[in-house]
Design a protein around this ligand. Structure first.
Ligand SMILES: C[S@@+](CC[C@H](N)C(=O)[O-])C[C@H]1O[C@@H](n2cnc3c(N)ncnc32)[C@H](O)[C@@H]1O
Length: 273
């Protein structure tokens, strides 16, 4: 089994155990304008998509973004795909007007030039090498269409957020379950020049890279809500999980600094021809 297969298996197992985990984790942290990362992303999608656009979301999870889009763009035709069936089921109930597909978006046979907008929120840093994803985007996007995605920014996440993950793991006495996947992350996501070149080789022109943070001065309980749904802590066995919880809550109580998660929002356009 390759590392990427292992990562996929890990993600399916985690998200099957915790449907809706990502949205639940990020509900209490907001950007400088007071928006959750979902609201910041959806604002950008709405700016880049026509009201009746066909929009495809890669790794749609429980459908939180699709639900927001269904409200903001009621005439858009929405499709979401995710490898995790319980999340897809939630999305189906939540957005009955959308087409929801369960499967791996790097291999699904999306029709050629059929979406005006392809989006992904907190997915591409979990997808391994970007080429198979970009091949799909290049094929499925109409010329002139928009490719928009958010990835959390591993280079900047190293402040209070990582500190508290470290506190939890140290209390549990274990390594992060996701450490073994660190080299599977395609680092070109975070290097603007390399990303531009890579996108261009798939007939996508990089337009903007917008960096933002979602922050929150969280209560110990709210901090636990965030961290218990993050991969390194959410995968701990129950007795280790309890130790991590105590340590994280104590640390937040004694040092109530804001918790921050750094994000990078990229917009690109499919070139003609
Ligand atoms: C961190 S979650 C984000 C979910 C949702 N976009 C959100 O922001 O709430 C990452 C999601 O990407 C999905 N995913 C990652 N790689 C995938 C692939 N190759 N095919 C289908 N889904 C994938 C996972 O199953 C998981 O639901």
């Amino acid at each position: 089994m390759t590392k990427i297969d292992e990562l996929r298996e890990f993600l399916v197992e985690f998200h099957t155990r915790y449907p809706g985990a990502t949205a639940e984790a990020l509900k209490n942290v907001r950007d400088a304008a007071g928006r959750t990362t979902y609201e910041a992303f959806v604002d950008t999608v709405v700016q880049n998509a026509s009201p009746d656009a066909r929009i495809l979301e890669l790794g749609c999870g429980d459908g939180i973004v699709l639900a927001m889009l269904a409200e903001r763009l009621p005439n858009a035709e929405l499709t979401g795909v995710d490898a995790v069936s319980p999340d897809i089921e939630i999305a189906r109930r939540r957005v009955p007007s959308a087409t929801l597909l369960a499967g791996d978006f790097t291999t699904l046979p999306f029709p050629v030039a059929s979406y005006q907008c392809i989006i992904a929120h907190l997915v591409l840093m979990l997808s391994g090498p970007l080429e198979p994803v970009l091949e799909q985007v290049e094929r499925a996007l109409t010329p002139g269409g928009a490719f928009l995605f958010v990835a959390d920014d591993v280079a900047v996440c190293g402040t209070r957020y990582s500190e508290l993950i470290g506190v939890g793991l140290a209390a549990a006495g274990v390594e992060s379950a996701t450490r073994r996947f660190a080299d599977v992350v395609d680092k070109r996501l975070y290097d603007e020049a390399e990303l531009r070149e890579l996108l261009l080789s798939h007939r996508l022109s990089l337009e903007t890279v917008y960096r933002y943070e979602v922050n929150g001065a969280l209560s110990p309980d709210a901090a636990w809500e965030l961290f218990s749904r993050m991969y390194p802590i959410g995968t701990l066995a129950p007795e280790l999980n309890a130790k991590a919880r105590r340590a994280i809550e104590d640390d937040v109580r004694s040092s109530p600094r804001e918790v921050n998660v750094a994000m990078q929002l990229v917009t690109a356009k499919r070139l003609h021809g």
